[in-house]
Design a protein around this ligand. Structure first.
Ligand code: CTP
Ligand code: MG
Length: 586
C-alpha cells in the first residue's frame, strides 16, 4: 500500500478542481479578499516611494511640516492596510473552514457508501487521517494559498517594476543573487515536501496503531499485552519522530538561506548604491527606497514559496481524496428499485473469493422458500459468513447469480434491497447515543410505543423498567454499559423494528449464558416468524428446527437436509453433532 501510494502521489493541478464547487458557494468571500489584498498590496508597493520623497524632498530640503504631512499620510495608509489585512484574514478563514466542512461532509457520506471490500484493505486509523489531515491540507490551500498566490505575484511584479524604474543597475545587482534563492526555493522545497509526505504517511500509521490499541484495550489489558503494544507504538512513533526531524532539519536551512541572500543583496546595494549616490547618479532617497524594496521583495517570494508548499500538500491530499471518491460504489446507474419481496432466496452456482486468486466458495447453489429458516453449519473458515456477505451484497460473486423473489439482486438498486434485510451479528453494533436511537436506526420513523413493544417482545421491557432504563438512557461506545446478553437482545429489538423480509443471524447467540439464552430463544422464535432467515450458530436448537440445514466445508456444500435426514445420513453433520461444540443440539 505504502509504495503504491507514494508512486501515485504526484498530483496534477487539475486534481484540485474537486474544490471548485465548494469554493464557489462562498465565492463572494474570495473576491472580497482578493480586492482587499489588492488594496494592501498597492499600498505596500507605494510606501517606499514615500520614503524616497521624504528623504530627497523633505529631509534634504529641511521641510519639517512637509515631512509631517507625508508621514501622516503614510501612517493613514498603514492603518488602511492593517485593517484590510485583518478583515481579509477573517474572510479567508471563513471561506476555508466553510468550504472544507462541506467537502468533509461529502467525503464522509461517500465513505459510508463504499463497498465493504474497500475497508478490508485500509486500516481505520489511516482512513481517519485521510478525513482529517488531507482535508486540512485543502483547507490551507483555500483559506490561504490561493489568494496569496495571486497577490504575491502581483506584488512581486510591482516591486520589480518600481525597482527597475528607480535604478536598473541596482536591480540587476539584486537579481544576480537570484540563483541562491532559486536554489533555496526549488531544491529545499522539494526536499521539505518529500520529508513532509513521509511525516504524514508515518502519522497515519501512528494513528492506525493508536486506533487499534484503543479499540482493543480490553483484550490487551486482559492478556497483559500492554508492553507488546507499547513497543509497537514506540517503533511507529520513533519513525514519526525521525521523519519529523528530517523535515525540520531541512527546513532549518530554508529561512537562513533566504535571509542570507537578502543580507548579501543589501550589502551589495549599500556598496554600489553608496558609490552612485556619491558620484551623483543616484539620490539618497533612491538608495533608501531601494533598500526598502529589497526588504519587501522577499515577502512575496516567501509567500509564494509557502503557497507552493501548501499547493504540493493539497495536491497530495486531493489525489488521495479523489482516489477515495473514485472508488466505485456498489451501485450501477439507473437500476430499478427492489420491490417489496416475499423472501424467496436462490443461490445459482455462486463462486466467490475475497481475492479472485483465492476461491472461498465453490459453485454454491441452494434455494430458500419465503418464511423458511436456513441454518448454515460447518467448521470455522468453511465459508458461512462469506455466503451471508454475498447475500447482503457486501461483496460481488465472481460467477453465478443470487435471486430474491426471482430477481437478480445485482440488477436492482442496493438501497431498496438492503432495507429489506435485517442483520444481527455476534458483536452487535451499538453506538454512543440514546437507547432509542440505537434501536430505531433501521427504521427511523418508529414511535416510542413500537420500540417498547419490540423490547417487550425480546423480553427486555420488564428488566429495563425495573432498573429505570428509559429510551433516553445513553449508551456508551459499543454499548459497554449493558451486558452482552442485553446488547444482543437490543440488536434483536432493532431487527424486529425494521421488520426485514430476510433476516440474518451470524453467530448472534454464540456468547450468551444459558439463562439469557432461553430468553434469546424465545425472542428468536418471534424474530424468525414469517421471515426467510439464515442462521449461523454452533449450539442452538434453532438449527434443529431449521427447515433446511446446509453443511459447508471448505467452500463446498457437503450436505443438505433437515436435522433428522442429516443425522440419519451419518455423514459430516452427524460428525459435527458428535463433536463437543454441537452436543447440546443433537
Ligand atoms: N476470508 C478472506 N477475507 C475476508 C474474510 C474471509 O479471505 N475478508 C477467508 C477466510 O480466511 C476463510 C474463508 O474466507 O478461509 C471463509 O471465511 P468465512 O466465510 O468468514 O468463514 P466462516 O465459515 O464464517 O467461519 P467462522 O465459523 O469462523 O465464522
Ligand atoms: Mg463466520
Amino acid at each position: 500500500m505504502t509504495t503504491q501510494e507514494s508512486n501515485q502521489r504526484e498530483g496534477k493541478l487539475r486534481d484540485l478542481l474537486i474544490l471548485v464547487p465548494y469554493v464557489k458557494q462562498h465565492q463572494l468571500n474570495l473576491w472580497l479578499s482578493i480586492a482587499l489584498m489588492i488594496i494592501s498590496s498597492v499600498i505596500s508597493i507605494a510606501l517606499p516611494m514615500f520614503i524616497r520623497r521624504a528623504v530627497d524632498v523633505h529631509i534634504m530640503g529641511y521641510d519639517l511640516p512637509g515631512l509631517l504631512l507625508l508621514t501622516s499620510i503614510a501612517f493613514g495608509l498603514i492603518l488602511v492596510t492593517t485593517s484590510a489585512n485583518i478583515f481579509r484574514g477573517r474572510l479567508m478563514a471563513k471561506l476555508g473552514q466553510n468550504s472544507i466542512r462541506a467537502l468533509r461532509d461529502d467525503l464522509f457520506a461517500y465513505m459510508q457508501r463504499l463497498p465493504v471490500k474497500f475497508f478490508d484493505k485500509i486500516p481505520v486509523g489511516k482512513l481517519i487521517t485521510r478525513l482529517t489531515s488531507d482535508v486540512d491540507a485543502l483547507r490551507d490551500l483555500v483559506g490561504n494559498a490561493i489568494v496569496s498566490m495571486v497577490i504575491d505575484t502581483l506584488r512581486l511584479t510591482g516591486f520589480l517594476a518600481l525597482m527597475f524604474w528607480l535604478d536598473w543597475r541596482l536591480t540587476l545587482i539584486t537579481l544576480t543573487l537570484a540563483p541562491i534563492l532559486v536554489f533555496a526555493l526549488t531544491f529545499l522545497t522539494a526536499r521539505i515536501r518529500k520529508a513532509e509526505d513521509q511525516v504524514r504517511e508515518q502519522a497515519s500509521l501512528v494513528n492506525a496503531n493508536l486506533q487499534e490499541s484503543i479499540s482493543g484495550i480490553r483484550v490487551i489489558q486482559g492478556f497483559q499485552a500492554e508492553d507488546y503494544f507499547h513497543e509497537q507504538f514506540k517503533i511507529e512513533d520513533y519513525n514519526l519522530l525521525r521523519a519529523g526531524m528530517r523535515a525540520v532539519a531541512t527546513y532549518a536551512y530554508f529561512w537562513p538561506t533566504i535571509d542570507l541572500s537578502w543580507l548579501l543583496s543589501t550589502a551589495a546595494i549599500f556598496y554600489f548604491g553608496g558609490q552612485w549616490v556619491m558620484d551623483g547618479t543616484a539620490t539618497p532617497g533612491d538608495l533608501v527606497a531601494f533598500i526598502a524594496y529589497t526588504g519587501q521583495f522577499f515577502g512575496p517570494l516567501r509567500g509564494l514559496s509557502q503557497a507552493y508548499r501548501i499547493i504540493q500538500r493539497a495536491l497530495a491530499g486531493a489525489v488521495r481524496i479523489k482516489r477515495i471518491m473514485a472508488t466505485e460504489t456498489e451501485e450501477k446507474a439507473n437500476l430499478n428499485p427492489m420491490p417489496r419481496i416475499t423472501g424467496k432466496v436462490e443461490f445459482e452456482n455462486i463462486t466467490f473469493g475475497y481475492d479472485p486468486e483465492e476461491i472461498v466458495l465453490h459453485d454454491i447453489s441452494f434455494a430458500a422458500e419465503p418464511g423458511q429458516t436456513i441454518a448454515l453449519v460447518g467448521h470455522t473458515g468453511a465459508g458461512k459468513t462469506s455466503i451471508i456477505n454475498l447475500l447482503c451484497r457486501f461483496y460481488n460473486p465472481i460467477q453465478g447469480r443470487i435471486l430474491v423473489d426471482g430477481l437478480d439482486i445485482h440488477e436492482h438498486e442496493l438501497e431498496s434491497y438492503r432495507r429489506q434485510i435485517g442483520l444481527v451479528l455476534q458483536e452487535p453494533f451499538l453506538f454512543s447515543g440514546t437507547l432509542r436511537d440505537n434501536i430505531r436506526f433501521g427504521a427511523p420513523e418508529a414511535t416510542d410505543e413500537q420500540i417498547w413493544d419490540a423490547l417487550e417482545t425480546v423480553g427486555l421491557a420488564e428488566a429495563f423498567t425495573k432498573s429505570r432504563i428509559t429510551l433516553d438512557t445513553i449508551l456508551t461506545e459499543r454499548g459497554a454499559n449493558f451486558s452482552t446478553g442485553q446488547r444482543q437482545l437490543i440488536s434483536f429489538a432493532r431487527a424486529l423494528i425494521s421488520d426485514p423480509r430476510i433476516l440474518i443471524l451470524d453467530e448472534a447467540t454464540a456468547h450468551v449464558d444459558t439463562l439469557t439464552e432461553q430468553k434469546v430463544q424465545q425472542a428468536l422464535a418471534k424474530l424468525l416468524a414469517g421471515r426467510t432467515s439464515f442462521v449461523i450458530a454452533h449450539r442452538l436448537s434453532t438449527i434443529r428446527n431449521a427447515d433446511l440445514i446446509i453443511v459447508i466445508g471448505d467452500g463446498h456444500i457437503l450436505e443438505r437436509g433437515t436435522h433428522e435426514q442429516l443425522l440419519a445420513q451419518k455423514g459430516e453433520y452427524w460428525q459435527l453433532c458428535s463433536s463437543q461444540n454441537m452436543a447440546q443440539i443433537c
